[in-house]
Design a protein around this ligand. Structure first.
Ligand code: CUA
Length: 310
């Protein structure tokens, strides 16, 4: 049953050695103090045992040096753990500027992956070695959790919003992907594999995929099919805000305040347009909640993103 399940997962991302170094440090500290505490306990249990039936222990009125020692030493050790842990945490939660973005949709009980070039995969994710990959993730139903032990990355996948993780694989190979949040009957079967390939092989794989066109072009078509383009016109004469160059900007809102136009805001503006209206516009857009799928939302978001460069 355990064949092929190593006790300790192999290191296959840039983050893995850093996470492991911290883990081993924590284990070493815990082991050292466990041994010291148990050793002293044994020693004093023998040394101060009751020898006569009416022995009474001596009164002790504290020891300043001892108390300072057991306060300052743990403080220093925990500060080391805090600073070290925080630096690993920051590195994990801040992806580099240039990442290969892949969308992930979790669903009872499968993982759906969507590459920007249009390839879709289920329970298998192909990525190139040596390149930072960012997973932008959401769920169609309940909370799931992406976990790739060999990369030491793990994050919840939540319905109704986007979370992300990033990793840079260092070794080509196949790595197990798990769902790490109980999500119903077949939770334990909600697994998959990450296939890390050499860049040339990856390019070959990409071009050998389906010819559905890129995510952004699918979004553009949907944008027209849903008649979004009748209001969101590029010439600022429409009844909705111009979307060109909008993504990533800070937008002023009707009624005060502002919002950074990110995936979450675009998503909200499609599903519940009335939630946060752009300053100077009327709340006239119909809500698309329940009318379009998570995949279609991703297509529209990619289309809005693609309007940057034009
Ligand atoms: Cu999905 Cu557990």
């Amino acid at each position: 049953m355990w064949s092929g399940t190593p006790l300790f997962p192999q290191q296959a991302s840039t983050m893995a050695p850093r996470v492991d170094a911290l883990l081993f440090f924590l284990l070493a500290v815990a082991t050292f103090f466990s041994v010291v505490v148990v050793a002293f306990k044994k020693k004093y249990a023998v040394r101060f045992r009751r020898c006569a039936p009416h022995d009474v222990g001596a009164r002790i009125h504290g020891g300043l040096v001892l108390e300072l020692t057991w306060t300052i030493v743990p403080l220093l050790i925990t500060m080391v753990i805090f600073v070290w842990g925080a630096s690993v945490f920051f590195a994990m939660s801040r992806p580099p500027d240039e990442t290969l973005n892949i969308y992930v949709v979790g669903k009872q009980w499968m993982w759906k992956f969507q590459h920007l070039d249009g390839q879709r995969e289920i329970n298998e994710l192909h990525v190139p070695v040596g390149r930072a990959v960012k997973l932008i993730m959401t769920s169609e139903d309940v909370i799931h959790d992406v976990f790739v032990p060999a990369f030491r990355v793990k994050a919840d996948v939540l319905p109704g919003r986007y979370t992300s993780i990033w990793f840079q694989a260092t070794t080509p190979g196949r790595y197990q992907l798990f769902c790490a949040e109980y999500c119903g009957t077949k939770h334990s079967g909600m697994t998959g594999q990450v296939v890390v390939m050499e860049p040339t092989e990856y390019q070959a794989w990409l071009s050998g995929g389906t010819a559905e066109g890129s995510l952004a072009s699918a979004g553009e078509k949907l944008f027209q099919d849903l008649a979004c383009n009748t209001c969101h016109r590029a010439d600022a004469q429409g009844r909705g805000p111009v979307l060109v160059g909008l993504f990533g900007k800070t937008q002023s809102l009707e009624g005060g305040g502002s919002v950074v136009v990110d995936e979450a805001y675009v998503r909200e503006s499609i599903l519940m347009p009335g939630a946060r209206i752009t300053a100077g516009f009327q709340p006239i857009m119909p809500a698309f909640q329940g009318l379009i799928s998570e995949e279609q939302l991703l297509q529209l978001i990619e289309y809005v993103k693609s309007l940057q460069t034009k």
